[in-house]
Design a protein around this ligand. Structure first.
Ligand SMILES: Cc1cc2nc3c(=O)[nH]c(=O)nc-3n(C[C@H](O)[C@H](O)[C@H](O)COP(=O)(O)OP(=O)(O)OC[C@H]3O[C@@H](n4cnc5c(N)ncnc54)[C@H](O)[C@@H]3O)c2cc1C
Length: 512
């Protein structure tokens, strides 16, 4: 089978094998070794070399399995992050493989990016290698804290799976949305992967569209690590994509390549949608995550940013959502908006009703073609069970919405209930620092594309991420896109409202 990066199939398949064997760590041999490392969506791998006759190895197995339970298999607690594997060196077919890794005692554990193990080897005298020996491994506790140190996490052996085993639709459950933060992170990463795979930033137009979307993410992405990752790309954008020509170099050492960046950091588990998990592998997932991302952005913007957010989302879908029919339909709906949005409420409700138009169309298509997910039939949303007050009245054919109630509901559902669960220690910033940075950014950039709230949030993000802040500020001085009329003129007048900073804006920033 072939697996694309982020494919859910491989982890599910590994999961199925595991339930048969009751082992979580994946047993490798000289035949499957390369293909498993090549195809795993995990970011890191641990490889244990052992011998089945070795008593110490047998005693160690429960420790190793205790950790593997967290990361491997369909019910992994932290899926898609660390692939835990083992090779039995006492099996004849693996002798050469174990030799290549200079195994001189059992068990011996290695750590590295999975691809580095493909056709790989290890030699103690080797100076530069991305594969390293795991130093603290003797108990499950030690091994997990060693892993935590490598990836900056704080996982515990008692961590429990977040949410239901296999999400079954419960349309009246207000709390299910809180799990969507993982899906939004994954969808954000996946969108970035698609852009990279198709080298889709290739002109001034696509560059601008991408920059604007990053600005929106830096300011309003509900996940802290995605705000940080987006800020990181934004800060380095001039180097990564001079004149709109990005480097997509695959070389791991290529510093100026977009491929070396992760829009949500490098630890986002891949291959596991939760809120958006379909009952079949090929349904839901990314497109659901993308909708949820857009809704969660829309409820976070402020009045002054509404037109910016609208054009940014429309352009992003048009330029980078690789489903042709989808983006064409969506673009038509964008073009049908004749009056610029002035209030945040306008874009929240527009996105909601646009999504419902798509639902309505797909409901018919899926019924006639049988292509939908039977467990998640399309519906006009939110259903009454989820928001009774949204309905003034309804018949089978029409719904009379209470738009104020719908707006209130969406703000709560995609706002308050959907927040970053990612905590990183040492990230703190004083209010004064935020205000100073926002002011600095605002005063300098009188014709900035970034609207007030976004500038503040970017400043906040950049301050909050410590060393990035100073770099961001110096980089901003060189950022020509914002000042270049070429980049600003491409929209027709009703499709674009530029925000400029005035003294009163600066006062507002100070107040905030
Ligand atoms: C911009 C865009 C355009 C698309 N166009 C097409 C297309 O033309 N043809 C096609 O076949 N597929 C299209 N898709 C994919 C399609 O809309 C679904 O994403 C996909 O079928 C998966 O559906 P789902 O059941 O996971 O729910 P989705 O429609 O993806 O919705 C995700 C979640 O959002 C919530 N939700 C549902 N409706 C609303 C609403 N109105 N407001 C707020 N929240 C809501 C629900 O909790 C739902 O589970 C498009 C996707 C996107 C992002």
């Amino acid at each position: 089978a072939s697996f694309s990066p982020g494919s859910r199939s491989i982890l599910r398949d590994i999961g199925n094998d595991i339930s048969d064997q009751k082992d979580y760590a994946v047993e490798l041999n000289s035949t499957n070794f390369d293909s498993v490392f090549q195809n795993t969506p995990a970011k890191y791998a641990i490889l244990e070399f052992f011998a089945h006759w070795c008593p110490a190895c047998r005693n160690y197995k429960p420790h190793y399995e205790k950790v593997a339970r967290l990361f491997n298999g369909a019910d992994a607690i932290h899926p898609g992050l660390v692939l835990m594997t083992r090779v039995d060196c006492a099996a004849k077919m693996n002798v050469k493989l174990c030799d290549k890794f200079s195994i001189n005692h059992y068990p011996m554990l290695f750590w590295g990016p999975p691809r580095k193990f493909v056709g790989g080897s290890w030699d103690p005298k080797q100076e530069k290698s991305e594969i390293s020996v795991v130093e603290e491994w003797r108990t499950a506790d030690l091994l997990l804290s060693w892993i935590n140190k490598q990836i900056g996490s704080s996982y515990g052996l008692d961590d429990q799976k977040f949410g239901n085993k296999h999400l079954l639709p419960n349309i009246s459950d207000h709390e299910q949305i809180s799990q969507a933060i993982y899906d939004i992170e994954e969808a954000t990463e996946e969108a970035f992967d698609h852009i990279l795979a198709l080298k889709a930033i290739k002109s001034a137009e696509t560059s601008t569209s991408f920059i604007r979307f990053l600005q929106l993410l830096v300011a309003h992405h509900p996940s802290k690590r995605c705000r940080k990752g987006s800020a990181d790309i934004l800060m380095n954008f001039d180097e990564l994509c001079p004149s709109g020509q990005c480097s997509y170099d695959q070389e791991s050492g290529a510093k100026d390549s977009l491929r070396n960046y992760h829009i949500c950091g490098k630890d986002v588990p891949r291959g596991y949608y939760m809120f958006c998990r379909g009952s079949k592998n090929e349904t839901r997932g990314f497109s659901c995550g993308l909708w949820v991302l857009m809704h969660s952005l829309s409820v976070r913007i402020e009045d002054g940013e509404s037109q910016f957010a609208f054009t940014t989302i429309c352009d992003f879908i048009n330029n980078f959502f690789m489903c042709d029919d989808c983006r064409r339909h969506f673009h038509d709906m964008c073009l049908s908006v004749k009056t610029p949005f002035k209030k945040a409420r306008d874009i929240v409700l527009w996105l909601w009703s646009t999504h419902n138009k798509v639902n309505e169309r797909l409901k018919k298509d899926e019924a006639s073609l049988g292509t939908g997910d039977p467990k998640f039939p399309k519906m006009i949303w939110p259903p009454k069970q989820l928001c009774p007050s949204c309905y003034l009245s309804s018949t089978e054919k029409t719904i009379d919405w209470d738009h104020d109630e719908v707006y209130k509901f969406l703000k709560k559902y995609y706002g308050e209930k959907l927040v970053s669960s990612y905590k990183k220690s040492g990230v703190s910033v004083s209010k004064e620092e935020v205000v100073a940075a926002a002011e600095e950014t605002a005063v300098r950039s009188n014709a900035l594309v970034v609207p007030v709230g976004a500038a503040l949030a970017i400043a906040l993000a950049s301050c909050a991420f410590g060393a990035l802040a100073c770099y961001w500020r110096t980089q901003q001085k060189n950022r020509k896109y914002y000042h270049n009329p070429h980049y600003l003129k491409r929209y027709n007048s009703n499709y674009m409202v530029m925000n400029t900073f005035s003294n009163s804006d600066n006062e507002r920033i100070k107040e905030r």
